[in-house]
Design a protein. Structure first.
Length: 314
């Protein structure tokens, strides 16, 4: 249910749409809200017994009080729960050591606490503690701020006309995080000349230059990775300077830094690779022409639980 941090305008919009005969599914789509949230708002409205005019005339404070979920009285946690919570910080620290497993920690816990939790409950609480110990922030991406780039792990292939030999080719993927508009191109390698060519093609495809390009730490872009300031490849740095943007490589072994492009690669497998199955290509031009057709279908398809596409959002 909503709290004071949520705009009361959303509740008013839901009620107005409902008054005009819109269903839960339609309201959810129009207002870009969860169906469950819309359903809860309508349930509160129906249970209140108040007319729509009365509710819409309320100020924000009164409206929030009406739709605010009543806090349930908290129950005192059991003693064994408190005991386990005091042990979890030490268990989490020891789990980082080589050779230490959760099973060993559980056996140690039960030996000292025979009336403690069973293994499944112990592991659930342990996992919940680890998740809270390493929180993940939600990032709000601004339009034109960044462009994430990567190469797909699974390669596509060309077939030599004369010998019939299969030649694997790399697949470059870039994404704008705000709109999630994606660009895909097949290149012969991950060498710096191919990387620069693919990045330039991506900028032409987007019709503009982002403030920051975020690659991983591949050698064609980064000479020496660093936790604080990576040493960039001279040619790639000159390319970025020419287009007036900055290159900030993702941290080493931090896949969450590039989660969007990692997810885009998986979508490329489903939305583009599957459309190319069974087809034979003899050169990059014909392969990329087929990729562009599939790419347009991918960018123009509706986003999950959204009423708009990547292209429309862009």
């Amino acid at each position: 249910m909503p709290n004071k941090a949520i705009s009361m305008n959303k509740i008013r919009q839901v009620l107005r749409c409902y008054a005009f005969g819109s269903g839960i599914r339609s309201i959810s789509s129009m207002l870009n809200m969860s169906r469950n949230t819309v359903k809860k708002y309508l349930q509160v409205y129906q249970k209140s017994g108040l007319s729509l005019e009365v509710i819409l005339s309320m100020d924000d404070s009164s409206l929030c009080s009406l739709f605010q979920e009543k806090d349930k009285p908290s129950e005192e946690p059991p003693a064994r729960y408190k005991e386990l919570q005091t042990l979890l910080p030490g268990y989490a620290k020891r789990l980082k050591k080589k050779g230490v497993t959760r099973q060993q920690l559980f056996q140690e816990y039960r030996s000292s606490h025979p009336d403690g939790y069973a293994r499944s409950r112990f592991c659930n609480y342990f996992q919940a503690y680890l998740a809270l110990s390493h929180p993940v922030a939600h990032l709000e991406h601004k339009a034109g701020d960044k462009m994430f780039i990567d190469h797909a792990g699974d390669k596509l292939a060309l077939v030599d006309r004369d010998t019939g030999q299969t030649i694997p080719v790399e697949v470059f993927v870039s994404i704008l995080p705000c709109s999630q508009l994606t660009y895909v191109e097949a290149v012969m390698s991950q060498r710096e000349e191919d990387l620069i060519h693919a990045c330039e093609s991506a900028l032409l495809f987007y019709g503009g230059t982002p403030a920051v390009i975020v690659p991983d730490n591949l050698k064609s872009a980064v000479n020496k990775p660093s936790r604080y300031e990576a040493e960039l490849n001279e040619d790639f740095a000159a390319f970025a300077e020419h287009y007036g943007c900055v290159v900030i490589p993702a941290r080493v072994r931090k896949p969450r830094d590039r989660a969007l492009v990692e997810g885009a690669v998986k979508l490329v497998y489903r939305g583009i690779y599957t459309r190319l199955e069974g087809r034979v290509f003899h050169d990059l031009e014909s392969l990329n022409a087929a990729i562009r057709v599939a790419l347009e279908l991918h960018n123009n398809s509706l986003l999950t639980r959204r009423s708009y596409s990547r292209r429309e959002q862009y």
